[in-house]
Ligand binder design. Structure first.
Ligand SMILES: *Cc1c(COP(=O)(O)O)cnc(C)c1O
Length: 324
């Protein structure tokens, strides 16, 4: 078993969503929201669960600095900076972005949490992973002991957070048919698939963060299961690719409709980068009959609320979105 240190507020609530269910023509007790937006680490979100395992590993290895990276509105780097502060570790984050003239959303919180920020300019997924490694190498040259985490904390250690979350969820609700979740790096879906032992129970909604989502989830799920001492998950990763739109962090009309519907029925705060697209994927799956009226469905709310504040013009109806 992997070791963890407590950073998140757990267990997170599992709430029924009867008004949203009615809007989707679903039974009132068929739709549930797993509130991992309420994990409580510097604003919350799914990365808090991964960081409990990643930080335990970093401390066990005697590391003195956390290093990671992400897109400009990365929730993972924001929560990594928060975890570092709580643990008294140094922190370097690499952002695949130019420095914005006016910080917004997660960047505001990044500046307050005050990690060392490398503004790397727009990088592709693989180039950003290399930039994280390069930042760690520079620290090593300076005599530090960095702990480098991939984008999204999507290592086999980080995925253990969602192996454990699967058990938490199953203890809260019996007979779950499907968990719908946004897929970025893929670590969350992989951990859940490993924890449930069945890819068929998880419907990932791709948000376009990486080019090789299905392969990455398949590979990471096996690694996560073996690390946890569990059997390999059966089946193949279920990934819905129809909600990405023009690209990662580019908002879509479907995401806007989903953000509005969730807010107006259940007071849920979704975001344009991850959870709005994930909910748009759930709506599409319902329309297509992949989710039926009585399919016992859990929407995993992975957080991301701060990013909404970086898309104020989009919310105001002016289109675009400056956040990415
Ligand atoms: C990182 C993130 C995801 C995706 O999780 P992965 O494990 O990277 O696939 C989903 N939602 C939010 C809000 C996130 O920050």
């Amino acid at each position: 078993m992997a070791s963890r240190i407590a950073l998140a507020h757990l267990p997170t609530p599992l709430e029924p969503a009867p008004r949203l269910a009615a809007a989707l023509d679903m039974d009132a007790d068929a739709l549930w929201i797993k509130r991992d937006d309420c994990t409580g680490l510097a604003g919350g979100g799914n990365k808090a669960r991964k960081l409990e395992y990643l930080c335990a590993d970093a401390l066990a290895q005697g590391c003195d600095a956390l290093v990671t990276g992400g897109g400009r509105q990365s929730n993972h780097v924001r929560m990594t900076a928060g975890a570092a502060n709580k643990l008294g570790l140094a922190c370097t984050i690499v952002l695949s972005s130019d420095r914005p003239s006016l910080p917004a959303g997660n960047v505001v919180l990044d500046l307050v949490l005050a990690p060392d920020i490398v503004w790397a300019g727009r990088l592709g997924y693989a180039a950003l992973e290399e930039a994280i490694e390069a930042a760690a190498a520079r620290l090593r040259d300076e005599g530090r002991r960095p702990y480098a985490m991939p984008i999204g904390g999507a290592s086999v250690v980080g995925a253990q957070g969602y192996v454990a979350a699967a058990a938490e969820l199953r203890a809260q609700l019996a007979d779950i048919d499907v968990v719908v979740v946004a897929v970025g790096s893929g670590g969350t879906q992989a951990g859940l698939a490993a924890g449930f032992g069945d890819h068929g129970k998880i419907l990932g909604v791709d948000v376009g963060a990486r080019p090789d989502t299905v392969e990455a989830v398949a590979h990471a799920a096996v690694a996560a299961a073996r690390y946890a001492g569990l059997p390999d998950p059966v089946g193949e990763p279920q990934v819905f690719a129809g909600a990405v739109g023009p690209g990662y962090a580019v908002p879509t009309e479907e995401a806007r409709a989903a953000v509005d519907l969730a807010a107006r029925t259940e007071a849920l705060r979704l975001d344009p980068v991850y959870t709005g697209k994930a909910m748009a994927g759930l709506l599409a799956a319902r329309r297509q009959g992949r989710i039926e009226r009585d399919t016992r469905t859990v929407f995993l709310h992975t957080g991301g609320v701060p990013a909404l504040f970086a898309y104020a013009d989009w919310v105001a109806g002016a289109g675009g979105g400056i956040g990415a």
